[in-house]
Structure formats: C-alpha cells, structure tokens
Design a protein. Structure first.
Length: 220
C-alpha cells in the first residue's frame, strides 16, 4: 500500500545543516516540519527552569510528559514551551549540552516518541533529527543521513554564534561537538547511525541549495 502521508527523514550529527535544509525543503513542498532537536532542547530548558536534576532519568521523563510544546511555523519557526516563546533561548551551548545528556535516557525518549509522531500530518512531513529514520519514523518513504567533517561543523557553529554577538571559542566548540558526537553514537537507546536505506550526503563542500537539490532529487 502506498504511504498516505509521506515522511522525509533527515538525520545526522550536530552542525551538518539538517535544520536549514529541512526547513527549506518543507517550505518548498508545503509539508509540515519537525525539528526533533528543538524538542529535546525545549525539554532541557524546561528541566533547567524547574530545577530538575538532569541526572534523574525518571524526573526528567515526568517533565517530558507534562510540558506543553508547540511549533508555530510562519516565515520562521517559533517554539512555545508552556505558553511562552522560548525559541531564542534554546540554542545556547548550555542548553545543547543538557539536551544531549538527557536524550540518552530511554524513559525520556519513550516519553517524547508520541509527541514527535503526532507531527505527521497531510500533505507530508520533513523530520530533522538524530533517530528520525531509525526509531521515530522507521517506515518513512524517504531517508537521508546528512553529515560533514567535524572541523566544518564546528566552523559553522562558531560563525553562527559570533553572528549572534556571542563571545565564543572555536577550540571549545570543537571539544563540545566531539563530546556530543561521542554521546550520540554510544548511547544505548537510539544511537546516531544512518537508517537502513538512507542516502548519505556529505555537506562539507556543498552549499545549502546544493544539498536541497540533492535531497529533492530523491523524491518523485
């Protein structure tokens, strides 16, 4: 039977360009968009705001079940957590570190699974994350694993943060990125791997438009 609501999953490590590529494709196709990394970052923000112990798996999972999360997609994507716009506060290095840590908890991943699957709506969904094609949407019609060299990913993150006026250190960004990669690859629950059947694209030397064109070429 043909898939009534097609899903395109774009997985890969931090800094590979998944978010920009996924949003661009979703807009061109008129499909819905899921940034699963933002969901984990929103949970990290909720955990920090509530003062929850980030090492307490069950306590973090309770916050995941209780939090009210909404994506508002206009020209940009606005993320509302418990009725408040938290978009700008989710992309700090601290939030990213906490998100990567709590994402390793099986109970947390189970609590957020249905929240993510609920984004699948007609006419289609572009899902960006680490385990979209392996765990959340294993039956997805189209799967991509987008990557880039660690040096290029760190450079992109450095320029992004500098552009926001933040005082950042490239060596520290490389260190944080390598540690995040290690946790993502080695976690027991949904480790970062290319999904079966996924097309791998290395974006190190490609522009956003070139990556978008390659992904769109996979769709009928």
């Amino acid at each position: 039977m043909p898939d009534p609501i097609p899903v395109l999953t774009i997985d890969g490590p931090s800094g590979a360009g998944k978010g920009t590529v996924s949003r661009t494709i979703a807009k061109r196709l008129g499909w819905h968009f899921l940034d699963s990394g933002a969901i984990y970052r929103a949970l990290a923000r909720a955990v920090m705001t509530r003062g929850t112990d980030t090492g307490d798996e069950q306590a973090v999972a309770r916050v995941a079940s209780e939090m009210d999360l909404e994506f508002i997609c206009d020209e940009d994507v606005q993320i509302q957590l418990d009725g408040r716009d938290v978009t700008d506060s989710l992309y700090t290095e601290e939030c990213g570190r906490v998100a990567s840590k709590i994402a390793a908890f099986p109970a947390v991943r189970r609590a957020l699974l249905e929240k993510q699957r609920a984004f699948r709506k007609s006419p289609g969904l572009v899902a960006d994350g680490r385990d979209m094609g392996t765990v959340v949407f294993p039956e997805a019609s189209y799967k991509v694993f987008l990557t880039a060299t660690p040096e290029e990913r760190a450079r992109r993150r450095f320029l992004q943060l500098k552009g926001q006026g933040l005082d950042v250190n490239l060596d520290q960004i490389i260190k944080d990125l390598e540690e995040r990669d290690r946790r993502d690859r080695e976690r027991k629950e949904a480790p970062l791997v290319a999904a079966k059947g996924a097309v791998e694209i290395d974006s190190s030397a490609l522009s956003v438009e070139e990556v978008v064109d390659r992904v769109l070429a996979l769709l009928p």
